[in-house]
Ligand binder design. Structure first.
Ligand SMILES: Cc1ncc(C[n+]2csc(CCOP(=O)(O)OP(=O)(O)O)c2C)c(N)n1
Ligand SMILES: [Mg+2]
Length: 561
């Protein structure tokens, strides 16, 4: 629409902001209520037309995670914005910065309930509920201010999605070229995130004294530790501590480092280790229910907690010393207070190593033939590959633990546990990181939620291997029903012929039906310079030793009165 000679419009403003934020790819679905935005992005940057608005947000979210930054999604008004809500919930749960721009009806008709096309009752209220920030562009002159405030909010801890609804007449309205120039010129317009809080000196001193005396110390790293590899490595060295992680904290220190126990805290050996530890330092973690067996896991009473979010301190577990601040700064401050030599027991390192080995060996045995998949995947992938996972048994059992991750930006998964987001996240990550291959692990059920995104995959053709673990249904719920209920309900699904489906989409296809096929099939798929759909026939591959059920509590069976 906009001619080079015409004054800049909202689309040009958005492009200037995206350049300022370092975003070169945007995901969305075009509509009468976002046409000028899509047109400008497509002209100046890259617009990826996904097939559902939830995917627009999932892909933008993972684009940001895979680059360690922010992503952008464009949706339409009403149903389009509503479709995005589920994935905004995920970005909110993960603290993942996403700039979500959605259309809104003409400002003259806003809030009048006349049934204007795509009108919805309280779109802003809906967006507020699922985003960390939501606002409406009130007029053309204030559009830049609202957009910059949204981007700042998305990036400021606790980070998350920021949604802006932009009435369509105001998207078309002329923008002041000076505002665009200021944005393009660089820093200063989008305010830097608020200065990080500094923890109390007395608390730092006390925490350092506790760590210096610790004989059997452990560290628990969460997603908030993602940017402190250097400080954390030094702290492990100085204190002789072992490293447990949440699922989000994986890769902070590469998982082939012998000090990393990893995402295994709730295993019997992990629990015993925690019981023996005399000090725990936790860094930027939620202690989510799945990682603490619904908060039944026992932690040492001598618990030092670091978090940038003041509300997180002491929220799930009591903390003796609460250090409110940005993890790298706080860890550096602790290191500055620690003596060169601390007090770790001489046999603590051997104990940590024994636990590291035991938890992996036990898991490997329990997953039976799927261990071959795990090994083949890691062998096929270069160190810097992205590993995206939907919520499927293979992820929940071994993908989230045994399959080694070497950097937090490679670790893409829905932290809120919603199925269906894996492929969209994988596409976003793969387009963010074209230099290396991406793999997506998805179940047949999770994939079916957004089966249409196979077409986005076929159209964008990133270096992405989609591994579909096909067991003909919602396996994890089926396992629960078989174990705890007297019948199955809603778990057996019709699945497509994946070979035919891949062919219909123009995607290369391969199948794994036996352990020995995993290595060659995955090596070929990962080496390809485009997408491949790899179906794992779980029926043919054979069962796990024990059917996997998730770590959720069910009420004890009651007898009839
Ligand atoms: C959005 C959403 N809806 C429902 C669920 C409940 N749920 C969790 S796992 C699962 C089954 C997933 O099936 P599939 O992807 O085939 O993986 P499998 O369990 O068979 O390995 C379901 C329905 C969920 N987590 N998220
Ligand atoms: Mg399944």
């Amino acid at each position: 629409m906009n001619q080079p000679s015409a004054p800049p419009d909202g689309g040009d403003l958005l492009v200037a902001l995206l350049c300022h934020l370092g975003i070169d790819t945007v995901f969305g679905i075009v509509s009468v209520h976002n046409l000028p935005l899509v047109a400008a992005v497509d002209r100046e940057l890259r617009f990826v037309p996904v097939r559902h608005e939830a995917t627009a947000v999932s892909a933008a979210d993972a684009y940001g995670r895979a680059r360690g930054g922010i992503g952008c999604a464009l949706t339409s008004t009403g149903t389009g914005a509503g479709n995005a809500a589920g994935s905004l919930v995920e970005a909110l749960s993960a603290g993942a910065p996403v700039l979500h721009i959605t259309g809104q009806i003409d400002s003259a008709h806003l809030g009048r309930g006349r049934g204007f096309i795509h009108e919805t009752k309280d779109q802003l209220g809906m967006l507020r509920a699922v985003s960390s920030y939501a606002a409406t562009v009130p007029d053309a002159a204030r559009a830049a201010g609202v957009l910059c405030e949204a981007a700042t909010a998305a990036l400021t801890a606790p980070a998350g999605p920021a949604s802006v609804e932009w009435p369509i007449d105001l998207q078309y309205a002329a923008q002041d070229p000076a505002v665009l120039d200021a944005l393009t010129a660089g820093p200063g317009t989008v305010r830097p995130p608020h200065p990080a809080p500094a923890p109390d000196d007395g608390e730092l001193d006390a925490a350092a004294r506790l760590l210096a005396r610790a004989r059997r110390p452990l560290v628990w790293a969460g997603g908030g530790a993602a940017v402190c590899r250097t400080e954390l490595t030094a702290l492990l060295e100085r204190t002789g501590a072992g490293l447990l992680t949440s699922n989000s904290g994986r890769g902070v220190i590469p998982e082939d480092d012998p000090r990393v126990i990893g995402n295994f805290a709730t295993t019997p050996a992990g629990r015993a280790l925690l019981a023996d530890a005399d000090v725990l330092l936790s860094v930027g973690t939620h202690f989510r229910s799945n990682e603490t067996a619904d908060y039944s896991l026992e932690l040492p009473a001598a618990h030092i907690q670091i978090d940038l979010d003041a509300d997180a301190l002491g929220r799930s577990y009591p903390a003796r010393h609460r250090l409110h601040g940005h993890a790298p700064h706080v860890l550096a401050a602790l290191l500055g207070r620690l003596p060169e030599q601390t007090a770790a027991d001489e046999n603590w390192a051997a104990r940590l190593h024994a636990v590291r080995t035991e938890v992996r060996d036990r898991l490997r045995v329990s997953i039976g033939p799927q261990a071959a998949l795990c090994d083949a995947l890691r062998a096929a992938l270069p160190r810097e590959a992205v590993i995206a996972r939907d919520v499927t048994i293979a992820s929940s059992s071994w993908g989230n633990r045994l399959l080694e991750i070497f950097d937090p930006r490679d670790n893409v998964f829905p932290r809120g546990g919603g199925i269906g987001q894996g492929l969209g996240m994988g596409i976003g990550a793969a387009l963010a990181r074209p230099q290396a291959p991406t793999v997506v692990m998805a179940g047949d059920g999770g994939l079916a939620v957004h089966l249409g995104e196979l077409l986005t995959l076929a159209q964008t053709r990133p270096r992405l291997t989609l591994v579909v673990l096909n067991d003909g249904g919602y396996g994890v719920l089926r396992n629960m029903q078989d174990r705890y209920f007297d019948r199955r309900s809603g778990v057996d699904l019709t699945t497509p012929d994946f070979a035919l489906l891949a062919r219909a989409c123009g995607l290369p296809y391969a199948r794994i039906a036996a352990e020995e096929e995993a290595g060659p099939v995955l090596a070929d798929a990962v080496a390809a310079d485009g997408p491949t759909l790899v179906e794992v026939d779980l029926g043919a591959l054979g069962p796990m030793k024990t059917p996997f059920t998730p770590p959720v509590k069910l009420p004890a069976p009651t007898t009839a009165p």
